[in-house]
Design a protein. Structure first.
Length: 436
């Protein structure tokens, strides 16, 4: 029998059970031994359950120089079935990750699409949540995980998905407001993913963003005139003596009266403020505008005005939009292409008609089943997803959607599906379709 530390609890237990001894010391020791023996027999004969295996294996042990502290993990404890399965899944996930990285390396050699204004290949943005004192990442959050698409000039790409799926991070990473963790971003056939801030400066005027909240995105102490003139002066868009006329022209296009020029942001309604934000983005004559939920903070009638304004400006100024929203009706109205994101990955991509008429991915089907139909004769078949969206810091292995998918199969738990083109320009990642 191996030695076991006597805990105060065991001693107390022993003393309670026994009558007062004649020779108190000898008697108590015997009883304590008996109780310990009994406890060990029970522990040793117990099967290696998850709980006991973990307890024995995860002892704290660390080294500082040649000194060792704590107790080493017991490596002889047999692994439970669950642990073995998890190890196998992790190994498969590692191999998949390697295969994806290999594919991204191969794709790097391909030339950019000559017709695209924006081409994104295998884009990744990981945030480090925890690191060691030496700076090594211990826990990362995959906000954007291997996203690829092509966007032609003058078109609108609508990005949809639940809150936290990485829409904003993707938009910001495309504009290099976040440094990408991997992948390529071809803007006008130049790969800007590796560009330094100085190299990005001349491109800043060509790529703009409109933020979700028109209340916090305008400086409160500047007049509308100052807010709109500043980028024009900084980037030298027109000669200095023409700046005011130029700004007044943009304001008119965005439905802002000329006497607003001297006013401050707090004097405007939400809709008017969003018009100021749109005007600010357009003053530098951009080609690409990322609109990050530009109407979600506004009421429905104002939403329609802003969407129509964006559509009108797109036609007159030849703009290309990446339009982020979780309002599918708005996305349907404004988009040419639609990308559906789930936990940082693009699960389906295609043109608006294909995606709305024939959604391939079960997540897209569930999302679109919630869009209200104005025809009272059409019976809606709502697909309700169970559970919450998992954390992107600890996404499920295999298909990230398997924990909530009504069509999930055994393979979905272990193997991530390939993102493939199933119809011309219509991509999806799901085991329901051929993977080869
Ligand atoms: N700077 C950051 N550091 C760490 N994590 C971040 C950071 N920015 C975003 N995230 C995480 O990345 C994930 C994606 O966030 P993101 O804002 O892109 O989602 P979203 O799809 O735009 O959501 P919403 O619809 O609510 O705006 C979230 O889990 C978020 O917590
Ligand atoms: S791969 Fe499986 S779990 Fe994922 S969406 Fe398709 S059927 Fe559902
Ligand atoms: Mg967002």
């Amino acid at each position: 029998m191996s030695e076991k530390k006597i805990t105060p609890d065991i001693k107390a237990e022993a003393n309670v059970q026994m009558p007062a001894p004649k020779n108190p010391t000898a008697q108590t020791e015997k009883v304590v031994d008996a109780v310990i023996e009994e406890k060990q027999v029970t522990e040793e004969s117990a099967p290696a359950t998850e709980e006991t295996a973990k307890k024995k294996r995860f002892n704290i042990h660390f080294k500082i120089g040649k000194f060792e502290f704590g107790k080493k993990a017991d490596e002889n404890v047999p692994k439970t079935e669950e642990e073995l399965e998890r190890e196998k899944d992790l190994e498969e996930a590692r191999l998949e990750q390697e295969a994806r990285e290999k594919k991204a390396e191969e794709d790097k050699l391909l030339p950019p699409d000559p017709e695209a204004l924006l081409e994104v290949r295998h884009l990744k943005k990981y945030f480090v949540l925890k690191k060691t004192i030496t700076g090594k990442a211990l826990q990362t959050l995959r906000a954007v995980d291997d996203v690829s698409f092509v966007l032609k000039p003058g078109q609108t790409l609508g990005i949809v998905g639940e809150s936290g799926c990485g829409k904003t991070t993707m938009g910001r990473t495309i504009l290099k407001l976040h440094q990408p963790s991997g992948g390529q971003i071809f803007f006008n056939q130049q790969d800007v993913a590796t560009y330094k801030p100085k190299q990005m400066r001349p491109l800043r005027t060509e790529m703009q963003i409109i933020f979700q909240d028109p209340y916090s995105s305008l400086p409160p102490r500047s007049t509308v005139g100052d807010i709109l003139s500043e980028p024009v002066k900084v980037h030298g868009i027109v000669p200095k003596d023409q700046v005011k006329d130029y700004v007044l022209g943009i304001m008119e296009q965005c439905g802002l009266r000329d006497y607003y020029y001297e006013r401050y942001p707090h004097e405007f309604s939400g809709g008017q403020r969003q018009r100021i934000c749109i005007a600010r983005a357009l003053t530098v004559k951009p080609k690409l505008v990322v609109c990050d939920e530009p109407v979600s903070a506004l009421d429905v009638s104002i939403q329609a005005q802003i969407i129509n304004l964006l559509k009108k400006l797109q036609k007159t100024m030849g703009l290309t939009y990446v339009f982020i929203s979780h309002d599918l009706s708005v996305v349907k109205h404004i988009s040419d292409q639609i990308g559906v994101m789930y936990l940082g990955s693009m699960v389906e991509f295609g043109n608006k008609t294909d995606i709305f008429k024939n959604p391939l991915h079960p997540y897209t089907q569930a999302l679109f089943s919630a869009v209200p139909n104005p025809n009272p004769d059409v019976k809606m078949k709502r697909i309700v997803l169970n559970g919450d969206i998992p954390s992107p810091a600890n996404p499920p292995l295999g298909c990230k959607f398997h924990t909530r998918c009504p069509l999930a199969k055994e393979i979905c738990k272990h193997v991530a599906p390939v993102y493939k083109e199933y119809e011309p320009g219509h991509f999806a990642a799901c085991h329901c379709y051929p993977q080869e």
